[in-house]
Design a protein around this ligand. Structure first.
Ligand code: F6R
Length: 606
């Protein structure tokens, strides 16, 4: 979720690295840093700053350091461990300021490693998981950097791509990846290593993608991978490269939904205990055991996640739960008892209405929690405790993968609070086990993107759409309608299917399609009745149904299948085709998808 770059070659000025880093700023933009070996002083110099790359540029301009040197490594950060501070920015270093390193990924066992290293006398200067890598490499360093890296990584669990340099083994870069992207960009006079092609594309189109556990040693005039690999020619423009080859950030982010689930659950599931471990809640565990009611607060897409959470928390944690949007709850004088917890859900952590409601609740002296994506945002600073969704930077205005991260986090929170109360071990185990299967199931849904694109083309010219669902999938109907309005500008309404007969059926005819969320769950039969009411009035129906359900074809004009999972987790899967449908409809209509008119990514006004 961060961007990393390393350079070794004929160019002796770190500016070439800064330019490359700028093209990675879309991957993370809360801090940036650079370290370079200066042959004259035989030192590694390092500058790093919280904030945008401009802050780093300013620090470079103001410093008296000699900017000449080679190799150099750079990083742009999207915080996952530790707040947004200069100290937590990369590169990080060891006790002797010999090893300097940048990292993209998460070190899962960093706590244990850090405790051990501290006992051995290592001194840490940041709160990050990354810094343990520097000290581990230091521990194994005996003059050869690649040997020390190989030994250190044997002790590490997690995902990483790292780029390392050492003062005492100069003239080389060592780099390695595990489940996190890393590639080389090569030409006659230099070698780049980066998490992303966009960093190197203005210098070379010759790219070598590294595989897991491949160690690469880069020297000024050659590089050596432990295994020979052919290079490939890429023909992306720098702009396309930032989107990883996808035509829009929205599509890239939808395609990242399986990875978002993986990131949200990584290191948090306890399958044997039928429970989850949420680090951000440890300090208030006892208080959470006492709460008698939950108030969920959010806006926009996050509000639909909150509505799903309402169903989850009542059914499985047994806690009375109430939801309201930020812009309403603060004016409606809700009855608030002291034993309530208020949970605020936000991708950005900066939404004005959600923050205003948070401040109201704090004034009333109740416990406040945040479910947030952006580390260090106002919401994370002002809540008593919270859980990060770890969805990574979301660039498209329309929120997609962050919504999935919110749903997964709410499911884990439900297990945590449920297990503090009456949820049985068997139920806890079942939910945890199904959560762990979701990334693969989500990948399967994404494979049907071409069929969903065809459907989007078929339905793109209808002026109105209903999305209907019941229980867990009612909020998903809302999210489906929200998304298509936002990016394709088609009028749509997300409805409780049971309410149709009280009003909305009046509008149904052959020009009014409905998307019906009808997975095989406890309300399936009821959904079929609602679909039949629509068909009886000549309405068109696209059904989102569970794989293997052939009967649905008799009731619907078109069907999109999703795999089977627990009822409470179906929203995490059923929303994926709706995100794709909204996206492809907007493509078919030629809309400005990543920046819809009249909307902003972070709504910081009331
Ligand atoms: C929808 C969308 C908005 C946001 C809303 C809340 O796709 O992006 O509706 O969901 O503005 O934003 P956060 O989650 O940042 O509080």
């Amino acid at each position: 979720m961060c961007g990393i770059v390393g350079y070794i070659g004929k160019n002796q000025n770190i500016r070439v690295g800064i330019e490359a880093l700028r093209r990675l700023e879309y991957r993370g933009y809360d801090s940036a840093g650079v370290a370079w070996y200066n042959p004259e002083k035989r030192e590694i110099f390092c500058l790093k700053k919280a904030g945008r790359i401009d802050n780093l540029e300013k620090a470079i301009l103001e410093s008296n350091l000699d900017l000449n040197g080679n190799p150099f490594i750079l990083h742009t950060r999207w915080a996952t461990h530790g707040g947004v501070t200069d100290e937590n920015a990369h590169p990080h270093w060891d006790c002797k300021k010999n090893i300097f390193l940048v990292h993209n990924g998460i070190i899962e066992n960093y706590k244990k490693l850090k405790d051990g290293l501290i006992k051995e006398g290592h001194k840490f200067s940041s709160e990050t998981d990354t810094e343990v890598l520097c000290h581990l490499i230091e521990k194994h360093f005996q003059g050869n950097l690649e040997e020390a890296v190989i030994k250190a990584l044997r002790e590490v669990r997690g995902t990483y791509s790292i780029i390392v340099i050492a003062k005492e083994d100069p003239g080389k870069i060592v780099s390695v990846r595990l489940s996190s992207p890393l590639l080389l960009g090569v030409n006659q006079k230099e070698v780049f290593v980066s998490s992303d092609p966009s960093a190197v594309i203005t210098h070379t189109r010759q790219i070598i993608n590294l595989d897991d556990n491949e160690i690469v040693v880069l020297k000024p005039d050659n590089f050596h991978i432990l295994k020979e690999k052919p290079s490939i020619q890429i023909d992306w423009t720098p702009e396309e490269a930032q989107k990883g080859g996808y035509s829009h950030f929205m599509l890239k982010e939808i395609m990242e939904e399986p990875e978002t689930i993986e990131n949200a659950i990584r290191g948090r599931l306890l399958p044997e205990e039928g429970n989850v471990k949420l680090g951000g809640l440890i300090s208030i565990e006892d208080k959470l055991r006492e709460i008698k009611k939950i108030n969920l607060v959010a806006c926009g897409t996050a509000s639909f996640a909150a509505r799903v959470g309402e169903y989850m928390l009542e059914e499985y944690a047994g806690i009375p739960t109430e939801f309201d949007v930020g812009s309403e709850i603060r004016y409606r004088k809700p009855v608030i008892d002291k034993d309530i917890a208020a949970i605020f859900i936000s991708q950005s952590g900066e939404t004005a209405d959600t923050l205003a409601a948070l401040r109201e609740m704090k004034e009333k002296g109740i416990l406040t929690l945040g479910i947030t994506n952006v580390i260090g945002s106002t919401q994370t600073r002002e809540t008593d405790a919270g859980v990060y969704t770890r969805s990574g930077p979301e660039i498209a205005v329309a929120s997609t993968k962050a919504f999935i991260g919110q749903l997964v986090t709410l499911a884990m929170l439900t297990v945590f609070l449920g297990r503090q109360r009456d949820m049985s071990l068997v139920t806890g185990k079942r939910i945890v086990s199904e959560l762990s299967k979701l990334p693969e199931l989500a990948k399967k849904i994404l494979k049907s993107a071409p069929e969903i694109q065809k459907l989007a083309e078929k339905y793109k010219d209808y002026k109105n759409l209903y999305y209907i669902g019941r229980k867990y999938n009612y909020p998903i109907a809302r999210e489906g309608a929200h998304k298509i309005k936002e990016v394709a500008y088609i009028h749509a309404e997300g409805l409780r299917a049971g309410e149709l007969k009280h009003c909305e059926l009046a509008l149904i005819d052959e020009k009014f399609p409905t998307i019906a969320l009808c997975p095989s769950d406890s309300v399936y039969e009821k959904m079929i009745s609602n679909i039949q009411q629509i068909k009886a009035r000549n309405g068109l129906v696209i059904a989102i149904a569970t794989e293997g359900n052939e009967e649905i074809k008799k009731n619907a004009d078109d069907v999109i299948y999703i795999p089977k999972t627990l009822e409470m987790l179906t929203p995490i899967l059923s929303v994926i085709p709706l995100h794709l449908f909204a996206y492809y409809t907007a493509v078919a209509l030629g809309k400005d998808i990543d920046k819809p008119k009249n909307l902003a990514k972070s709504v910081t006004v009331e």
